[in-house]
Design a protein around this ligand. Structure first.
Ligand code: SF4
Ligand code: SF4
Ligand code: SF4
Length: 1010
């Protein structure tokens, strides 16, 4: 055997260098790109060549031996053998063919063939397709049961060892793509099998339910439970019928041959497209923007199947995107419009509902003027819907009082980037983050809030040695994995960022040429940094000066740096300034405009980027054109035939203030649980009580809907068409997978209905027409069209009229006059609220992996609710010891605004008197925002969610744990590189094909690793 088994990690992950290589293949001279493998060569242009364990998005585990070929007379695995100049490759030699057939025969011994009644037999089963294409007609070794029980313990998938061919794809995916490091194959067992955390049930392991393993499994060994018994014509049979059918098939097989049996299953499989619909969609749960196909049968969701061509995520997903969709059929869905009648709501039809909305809005406008109305678009809805909400406000009502929930998270990042580099969006793509030499993550729990982006960082770190610096209060997964973990005191990040910037300047680590050629304002920046020595930063943050010097050196000397940040930065009173300082740091070190560089403020909601891009902002028309800009405003006025006010309107925060002051009297709220997710929630709810007229448009009857006069039932993403824009500024289409439930309507249709009821002459038949209008009026999206976005197509803005998009910004110039970026000096200021004698704790808050925001959708997903049923507060071991708290203790947290009661878990993810209260509470008495204040970042009015002090009262020192013991947070990972196939090869019962194994088969459980 040629020595590919000993290939090093560097060899396995080496990039294709591209220089052509000449070699001989089956007697013919061929040319292949350098760095390609023989398997790449053999499968070029869609040619078939057997291989099973190699998945296109994963390194080859080299477990299956089905791609063996001869190179210069030696058998090698084509998947792991690079093309080399001058070699002679024989893929069709008798020896190579015999080796591949023997390898496939051994695989079939591990897998019971019952394709006709298998839910995976849908044309996508790599095992079925491969042995069928190889023309294998008889099974040399009969199937041998593994002796291991089916593992049914995970809520989302099941593992059947009797179907598992031990290819190791799942392990590769879990270890080195997702990098959750849960799976391995225990090659030491008499009959090896896939194991979770070294050998616990899947549903009690560190498995985060991302589904990578299920997605890449080439057969039915790992299957979504939602598929089982549902995907085929005959697969729903009861086991009492199914088992005899399988046995009958087996009895017939020796006479008929495998081909005849397969013909039956292929005929059945050909009928499945008429039963199962596959629809491309875009995830609704976070700004990563994963796209995938959703398989549905009627209203049942069978599977979410990511595809390699998905531009942001390829085959990756997280638990929400892969498994969190059953909320669409939840009995709580709003199915008909509701109108308030006194203390209760009455179901009405759409004409009545739209008339009620129009009447309410018109009344307030007539009595108090257009600026007495406010509109809040949803960053969960589509770009087209955001566009229509702002058009409704501006063109139909005549006010700029329109905003979206980016006000709660992303506006400070947009401000920081607008001040320094121009565009309020990520500087590049997820691929740039992957490529960077150093990734700096500040205030982002990336593994939970942007899980697929986290996989790219974890993978680059594990396989390529990317350096990861994490600054956070909590020791979350990324902090645990960091090469340098900075744990500042709450709300002091700006101090260390300024000090690191100063140190870089002082030590000559700045990119002087970049600064000279491309940035203005260096001297002002230098002067502004004068007070921020490392000693000052150490005193303020608690981070040793030497550590900060190391950070400065690491960033200053790196060839490429990406900086990721999220709400741990933005949700502070200095959120805009900290975002600005991070951008200044990147500019000073020349980290813009090249692959692997740039600023990445990770967008939270799926369309928080797009809702702002498409004009749901009080001061900006679509494409960030100021409303004061006469030319821009005039363009929309001419197209819409109206006058638009020239002054900015009120943002979300100002709208709440204006309601209290009696200036704002009607609010139209689309898809936001504002009564729980805005800070100082009791104050917001009190404001809602004062409104003369409130319209809430949502998928469920939310907490906020309790205050409404009219509630309009909306359709979630699977039930409509449109586009979302992800954190990379990438616009992607979603297609309709299901009909709207009951009488729910897509939001764009509802907004149009309201506009029409108010007399507007709107006649959009499809969201594509809305996009065409927006693109025609907005230079940033000039070349965006549904045709260019078809299927898995995408465009990253700015998009030129000819469709040329911009994956990487600032390559040649910054979008300021003169083309140079701007250093924007900022200074440190202490937080708006700190722990003190009366309120002794700092309450940190944020997302959980499993739940989307407050959980209105994800808490209605049965599997997610099972794993993470309720909210909890994380308490440090020190605080627990001091206050006599154990897991399950009931605590009352009280701030200056209100109090909540939640059960505790004790964990060293938090330290000292810092506690963490996630935001997945659907009850007011548990919601963190009952505690948070109305303090804001002055530049953007983004609330300072993270600046929160509270007192603690122990109501019960122990109790039922709020986080089931089977939750992944209690699991113990088993990190390793790949599948460790060397352990298989070292087994006494392994021989390289075409050597056959001795006959007859030794009885199970021996001999199992072939
Ligand atoms: S974390 Fe769980 S679902 Fe994800 S790849 Fe690993 S075992 Fe599979
Ligand atoms: S469970 Fe894993 S090892 Fe088994 S067949 Fe599926 S991907 Fe391969
Ligand atoms: S929640 Fe985010 S990371 Fe998870 S699947 Fe959806 S878009 Fe991808």
């Amino acid at each position: 055997m040629a020595g590919e088994s000993g290939s090093t990690l560097e060899e396995r992950s080496s990039a294709v260098d591209g220089s052509p290589v000449q070699l001989e293949l089956d007697g013919e001279a061929v040319t292949a790109p350098g760095g390609a493998t023989l398997l790449d060569l053999l499968t070029r242009d869609g040619r078939f060549f057997p291989h099973l364990c190699k998945h296109p998005d994963l390194d080859s585990p080299q477990t299956c031996d089905t791609c063996l070929v001869e190179v210069d007379g030696e058998l090698v695995r084509a998947c792991a053998t690079p093309v080399r100049p001058g070699t002679r490759v024989a893929s069709r030699s008798l020896r190579a063919k015999a080796a591949r057939e023997e390898a496939m025969q051994r695989i079939l011994e591990h897998h019971e063939l019952y394709c006709t009644v298998c839910d995976n037999s849908n044309g996508d089963c790599d095992l079925h397709e491969t042995f069928s294409a190889m023309g294998i007609d008889t099974q040399r070794y009969p199937h041998r049961p593994s002796g291991h029980a089916v593992d049914d313990s995970h809520p989302f998938y099941r593992y059947d060892p009797d179907q598992c061919i031990l290819c190791g794809r799942c392990v590769e995916a879990c270890q080195d793509l997702e990098v959750n490091e849960t799976l391995s194959i225990d090659w030491s067992l008499p009959r090896p099998r896939v194991v979770w955390d070294g050998g616990v049930p899947a549903g009690h392991s560190s498995c985060v339910g991302c589904g990578h393993c299920v997605t890449v499994c080439p057969c039915n060994a790992l299957m979504e439970k939602s598929m089982l018994g549902r995907a085929g014509l005959l697969t729903g049979l009861d086991s009492s019928v199914l088992r005899p059918m399988i046995d009958l098939t087996k009895d017939l097989e020796p006479g008929l041959g495998l081909r005849s049996i397969l013909a039956v299953s292929e005929a059945e499989s050909a009928l499945r497209p008429s039963l199962v619909k596959r629809t491309k969609t875009v995830c609704t749960y976070c700004g990563v923007g994963c796209s995938f196909e959703v398989w549905t049968r009627g209203r049942e969701i069978l599977r979410v199947q990511p595809r390699p061509e998905a531009p942001a995520n390829q085959i990756s997903t997280c638990v929400k995107g892969k498994f969190g969709w059953d909320f669409v059929n939840h009995p709580d869905r709003l199915r008909r419009p509701l109108v308030r009648r006194g203390d209760r709501f009455e179901e009405v039809d759409w004409p009545q509902a739209l008339a009620a909305v129009a009447e309410g809005l018109r009344r307030v406008r007539e009595q108090h003027g257009p600026d007495a109305l406010g509109f809040i678009a949803s960053s969960k809805c589509t770009n087209e819907e955001a566009y229509l909400v702002q058009k409704l406000a501006r063109a139909v009502i005549g006010t700029n009082n329109v905003d979206n929930c980016s006000r709660y998270c992303q506006s400070p990042a947009t401000m920081g980037l607008s001040r320094t580099v121009g565009y309020g969006g990520d500087a590049g793509s997820i691929r740039d983050i992957e490529q960077a030499e150093v990734v700096l993550i500040v205030g982002s729990n990336t593994a939970e809030s942007h899980p697929v982006i986290a996989t790219r960082v974890k993978r680059a770190q594990k396989l390529r040695g990317q350096k990861v610096i994490v600054a956070d209060l909590r020791r979350h997964e990324m902090a645990e994995r960091a090469d340098i973990f900075l744990r500042p005191r709450p709300s002091t990040d700006l101090a260390w960022v300024l000090a690191v910037t100063r140190h870089i300047l002082e030590r000559g680590l700045a990119d002087e040429r970049f600064v000279e050629e491309r940035v203005e304002g260096l001297e002002a920046l230098r002067a502004s940094l004068e007070p921020y020595t490392l000693a000052f930063a150490e005193q303020t943050t608690g981070i040793p000066a030497a550590t900060l010097a190391e950070v400065a050196e690491t960033i200053g000397r790196a060839k490429s740096v990406c900086c990721l940040w999220a709400m741990g930065v933005t949700q502070h009173h200095s959120g805009s300034d900290l975002s600005t300082a991070l951008s200044n740091l990147l500019l000073l070190t020349g980290n813009y405009g090249r692959p692997g560089t740039g600023a990445y403020p990770l967008r939270g909601h799926n369309n928080v980027q797009g809702a702002s891009d498409f004009g749901a902002m009080p001061d900006k028309l679509p494409g960030y054109q100021p409303v004061q800009d006469d030319e821009a405003r005039g363009r929309y006025e001419a197209a819409w035939g109206v006058r638009i006010p020239a002054e900015p309107g009120l943002d979300n925060h100002q709208m709440v203030e204006a309601i209290h002051q009696g200036r704002l009297r009607a609010l139209y709220l689309v898809g936001e649980e504002m009564g729980l997710v805005d800070t100082n929630a009791l104050d917001v709810q009190a404001a809602f009580e004062q409104l003369e007229f409130l319209v809430v448009q949502d998928v469920f009857f939310s907490n906020t809907a309790r205050f409404a006069d009219v509630v309009l039932p909306a359709a979630p993403s699977l039930e409509k068409e449109g586009t979302f824009t992800n954190t990379e500024r990438r616009i992607q289409r979603l297609y309709q997978a299901l009909e709207p439930l009951g009488e729910a309507w897509p939001d764009w249709r509802i907004v149009q209905g309201v506009a029409q009821a108010l007399g507007a002459d709107w006649h959009y038949e499809h969201p594509g027409e809305v996009m065409a209008e927006a693109a025609a009026l907005t230079p940033l999206f000039a070349g965006v069209s549904y045709e260019r976005l078809a299927g898995f197509g995408s465009l990253q803005w700015p998009v030129a009229p000819d469709g040329q998009d911009s994956p990487l910004l600032y390559i040649e110039r910054f979008p300021f006059e003169g083309g140079k970026a701007h250093f924007h000096p900022v200074s440190f200021a202490p937080p708006s609220e700190e722990a003190d004698g009366d309120f002794e704790l700092h309450v940190n808050n944020g997302r959980l992996l499993e739940h989307f925001h407050e959980g209105n959708l994800t808490a209605r997903s049965a599997g997610i609710a099972e794993l993470t049923p309720s909210v909890f507060v994380e308490v440090s071991p020190e605080l627990a010891a001091e206050r006599g708290i154990s897991d399950g203790a009931l605590l009352r947290l009280r701030s200056r605004r209100g109090a909540v009661e939640v059960r505790a878990i004790v964990t060293d993810r938090v330290r000292g008197s810092e506690v963490y209260l996630p935001m997945n509470a659907r009850r007011t008495d548990q919601a963190v925002n009952v505690l948070t204040s109305s303090h804001t970042d002055p530049a953007t009015h983004t609330p300072a969610y993270k600046e929160l002090a509270a007192s603690l009262e122990v109501l019960e020192p122990s109790g039922p744990t709020p986080l089931p013991r089977r939750n992944f947070r209690y699991g113990r990972r088993t990190p390793q590189l790949g599948v460790r196939v060397e352990e298989k090869w070292r087994r006494a019962d392994y021989r390289l094909p075409p050597d056959r194994r001795p006959e007859p088969a030794a009885p199970a459980p021996s001999n199992g690793a072939r």
